[in-house]
Design a protein around this ligand. Structure first.
Ligand code: GDP
Length: 590
């Protein structure tokens, strides 16, 4: 008999798991099995949650809603949250931002090209030679902004950062092929992000096109075509013959009109990074989609860990523009680093403030990385400390045929080492993508790739999330590594104990000896025969032995907190004022 559970219209994965009394990982796994890639902090809608609940024997019923508005908070994009304070009277309509999703080869690129060629603002025919990741078209005197980044990557990246950029999703489904895995994935993404979907039924020119079959399939996925009494607009198009494009654009405007697509052009400038790259001659070029306020050339922008004063701004035609309002994409020059796609950007007062924000973010990231780092070694260490109950692995391999033997081998290693539980929580064929990283991050797992690649965006995300990715092409190397790590864990280990900290106040060159650091001991003590670590802005620049320790010209064995001293480091002379010293000992444990 199933138990009843009340669920809100949207619920975080963690919350959902808690309410059912199950582990979030199990919930994430069930979501994945149902084609929804969600991390522990993401929000799923009621229908999705109900499916998962059913899998665990719960009958989900909608929770009584007193405040339907706040129930959606989990998926309110970050940029929207940041402009929540804009006054109602200041908000004006802005062009809808559209993203095109769909299965590979169903015609996303062709459709984007067809729209661009047939509808670019008049007088510009054939004018767009630039590709900046977004463009605009005009329809009935109104503008529509298209995100021109192929695939789900950009959309997923944005969602991963809570920065959902699109107001409408156009789902391309080839009429001759029907609903495919990536179609489902796209639907799941759009639904979870609460973005309305319009279906572009593409390739209707093909003789074997079967629109009715596709409509049936869509109906099964709760995208019931409006002509069948549902509320999903399905527009037949041919990207190749450029038919149906006008209808598609009209439908987009129709859907946009029923959504609240507004912003304050005079308000706080905020938006999303669409793409960015490092150009050898021009430096960092980033495409920014303004979502509120008006971005002006010369503004100082912070985007994630990147910042800078804008030196030039161009529209999607490559035309220099002095400013860009809500929903306008611009490619900009002037940022000092390449920001990640999907990152939120903001305008700040001056470069000093910008640098300060970036520094704070770097610091926070470092702390997060050191505390949540999930390298194989660290995981074993934490396992040993009793923090983790099992070692979790996520496995991606090139073919199904190699997945099975690897899982078997890993299970064998697990069996041989009774002390440690090793578990492959998810295994799948294909390259390592952002979803894998998100899952690994959520479940504190290590990602293992076998004969596959890790996508660039996935690597970036892994770095930011502190997820360890290990690549192998030979099975025994993989199992050997795991075995080694297990053994290393079981062997006696040295644990480190920090006994003192000091600041470098001055650096003196001493002939023959090299550099001596004049330090003040802040904490504990420095000991001549202990080890020393030198940190610079958080980075470790040296780790090793002390070559000399002096207090007022006397060689001493230790110097305590409050005192000053001269420290020489063995074979290391690149010491700078402001560096921090950490004196530590290694003690045998286990
Ligand atoms: P994407 O992977 O979704 O971006 O798909 P593409 O736009 O690259 O299209 C995949 C293939 O389908 C290409 O060979 C296109 O020429 C073809 N194609 C795209 N749209 C149509 C269409 O409307 N009709 C026909 N017959 N072929 C199309």
């Amino acid at each position: 008999m199933s138990k009843t559970i009340e669920l809100p219209i949207a619920i975080g994965v963690r919350d959902l798991a808690q309410r059912m009394g199950i582990s979030p990982i199990d919930a994430i796994k069930k979501l994945m099995l149902n084609g929804v890639m969600a991390s522990i902090n993401q929000t799923v809608d009621f229908d999705t949650a109900a499916i998962v609940a059913a899998e665990f024997g719960f009958d989900a019923i909608p929770e009584a809603q007193d405040e339907p508005e706040t129930a959606e908070v989990g998926e309110v994009p970050l940029w929207r949250q940041k402009i929540a304070n804009e006054k109602e009277a200041d908000l004006v309509a802005r062009p809808p931002v559209v993203t095109i999703l769909g299965h590979v080869d169903h015609g996303k690129t062709s459709l984007l090209d067809a729209i661009r060629q047939t509808n670019v603002a008049s007088g510009e025919a054939g004018g767009i030679t630039q590709h900046i990741g977004a463009y605009q078209v005009e329809k009935e005197g109104r503008l529509i902004t298209f995100l021109d980044t192929p695939g789900h990557a950009a959309f997923t990246a944005m969602r991963a950062r809570g920065a959902q950029g699109a107001d409408v999703v156009v789902l391309v489904v080839a009429a001759d092929d029907g609903v495919m895995p990536q179609t489902r994935e796209a639907i799941a993404h759009a639904k979870a992000a609460r973005v309305p979907i319009i279906v572009a039924l593409n390739k209707i020119d093909k003789p074997n096109a079967n629109p009715d079959r596709v409509k049936n399939q869509l109906g099964e996925l709760e995208l019931v075509p409006d002509e069948w009494g549902g509320n999903t607009i399905v527009v037949p198009v041919s990207a190749r013959q450029k038919t149906g494009i006008t209808d598609l654009l009209a439908s987009i405007l129709l859907v946009a009109d029923s959504a609240d697509i507004r912003a304050n052009p005079q308000g706080k400038v905020i938006g999303t990074v669409i793409e960015s790259e490092l150009d050898k001659s021009k430096g960092v070029i980033a495409t920014l989609l303004v979502q509120n306020g008006t971005l002006k050339n010369g503004n100082v922008v912070v985007a994630g860990l990147s910042q800078g004063r804008l030196k030039a701004m161009f529209d999607y035609r490559g035309k220099p523009v002095p400013k860009a309002g809500p929903s306008f994409p611009v490619s900009v020059m002037g940022l000092v680093d390449v920001p990640a796609a999907g990152e939120i950007f903001e305008v700040v007062e001056n470069e000093r403030a910008a640098r300060e924000i970036v520094l704070q973010r770097q610091q926070a990231l470092k702390e997060k990385n050191t505390s949540a780092k999930m390298s194989l070694e660290d995981l074993f260490a934490r396992f040993k400390a009793g923090e983790l109950k099992e070692l979790r692995l996520i496995l991606k391999a090139d073919v199904q045929g190699s997945l099975e033997p690897i899982v078997q081998e890993i299970n064998q290693v697990a069996k041989n080492s009774a002390e440690i539980a090793i578990k492959v929580i998810y295994s799948e064929t294909g390259n390592i993508g952002e979803n894998d990283v998100m899952l690994a991050s959520a479940s504190k797992a290590i990602l293992i790739g076998f004969n596959v690649q890790a996508e660039v965006a996935a690597r970036r995300l892994a770095e930011a999330e502190g997820v360890s990715i290990r690549m192998y092409d030979i099975i025994y190397r993989l199992t050997e590594d795991i075995e080694k790590a297990v053994k290393g864990m079981l062997a006696p280990e040295f644990t480190e104990k920090v006994i003192g900290k000091a600041n470098v106040l001055a650096v003196f060159p001493i002939s023959k000896v090299g550099k001596i650091a004049g330090c003040r001991v802040l904490d504990g003590e420095l000991r001549r025969n202990a080890k020393m670590r030198l940190r610079r802005a958080g980075d470790i620049v040296f780790e090793g032995d002390i070559s000399s320790l002096k207090h007022e010209k006397e060689d001493v064995r230790e110097v305590r907190a409050g005192f000053e001293c001269g420290v020489g480091l063995k074979n290391f002379h690149d010491i700078l004022v402001g560096d921090q010293m950490e004196c530590y000992t290694l003690e045998k444990s286990g």
